[in-house]
Design a protein around this ligand. Structure first.
Ligand code: 8YV
Length: 329
């Protein structure tokens, strides 16, 4: 790597000296600042371009900025011998190899709190939609079925239900508080009981599912939660039970979920996240009792602006004095 960039330099040469690498697509505000304020360069997405870039610059990279969707995975992190910090846009950082980062003493920042309300709002939107069949009823009207077939079939009551929260963290807690407003009885399962929580604790995801009408998945993604909601949990939820997932697709065994829904083993599902985004199993798209969203839970103008600001605050702070504003805990 050279230490000076010339006006004629190819994009990869302009990287010289900044040491900041954008990995994958990021929020437009963050992206613009990365270029204008920090002289960062984006890692090419295509394998050939990526290889050539890394061959030339890997050792000069100090800081990687990524989104929660792409992250700095095991292979990429291994290539970045001089990596000092990872700045992650998003509260979830499961796409990044957190264990390798910890072993190498590489701190990671994320964007907690600022998105809690919007994600919890999305969970409520899915909850109400799935139970009251709002999207299905909308399709019914648009198809002209109201005129030809008469009244839309009855849905189930959303207020006053028993709801289980899987993962009572910041977002799970915000969802629970909203559900309290709907007169719901809240139970939860978490890696460990939450001190001071008034909600009743269930020892496992399965026991929680067996005790409630609706299971809301709000657990963090990552190796520890992969497939936490599998066929036994879905069976415990049962044919009159509903699943809402605003966490990560990896937390739910998607094949088991599709099988349960297709067989009528589950009342319905509201999903913002999937195992292999943006691919959504075709079988789910044919089901009227399933609401499918394109991973938009934090997707409001205000929240994305707050997330961008916090991402850049972490980057500036690291460059100033080597600390992060919101390191992952
Ligand atoms: C974002 C998210 O869509 O924060 C998260 O973990 O899943 C969402 O808010 C995502 O991080 C954008 O990259």
């Amino acid at each position: 790597m050279t230490n000076s960039a010339s006006a004629e330099a190819a994009p990869s040469d302009q990287f010289a000296g900044t040491g900041i690498l954008q990995v994958g697509p990021v929020n437009p505000t963050v992206q613009a600042a990365l270029v204008s304020e920090f002289g960062a360069v984006r890692l090419p997405d295509d394998p050939e371009g990526r290889e050539a870039f890394l061959g030339e610059h890997a050792n000069g990279i100090r800081i990687a900025v990524c989104s929660g969707k792409v992250g700095v995975d095991t292979g990429l992190m291994r290539r970045l011998d001089s990596l000092e910090a990872i700045i992650n846009f998003g509260v979830g950082y499961d796409a990044t190899d957190v264990d390798q980062a910890a072993e190498r003493g590489i701190p990671i920042s994320n964007t907690p709190d600022v998105l809690t309300d919007c994600v919890a709002d999305t969970a409520m939107a899915l909850y109400l939609d799935v139970l009251r069949r709002i999207s299905a009823a909308d399709r019914y009207v648009r198809r002209g079925d109201w005129e030809t077939k008469g009244n839309f079939p009855l849905a189930v009551r959303a207020s006053g239900r028993k709801v289980g929260i899987l993962g009572l963290g910041r977002i799970g807690g915000a969802i629970a508080r909203r559900l309290e407003g709907f007169g719901c009885e809240i139970q939860y399962h978490n890696r460990r009981p939450v001190e001071g929580s008034a909600y009743s604790y269930q020892q496992s995801a399965e026991e929680l599912a067996g005790a409630v009408d609706v299971l809301v998945v709000a657990a963090a993604g990552g190796p520890a939660s992969v497939g936490l909601v599998g066929s036994s949990v879905l069976e415990a939820l049962g044919s009159e039970g509903y699943l809402i997932n605003i966490a990560r697709g990896s937390v739910v065994d998607e094949d088991a979920l599709v099988a349960a829904l297709v067989a009528g083993g589950l009342g319905g599902a509201g999903l913002d996240v999937f195992a292999d985004e943006p691919r959504v199993p075709a079988a789910l798209q044919d089901l009227d009792n399933v609401v499918l969203l394109p991973h938009l839970a934090s997707g409001t103008v205000e929240t994305r602006a707050d997330m961008a600001e916090l991402t850049l605050a972490n980057l500036r702070s690291y460059l100033d004095d080597g600390t992060l504003v919101t390191p992952i805990s």
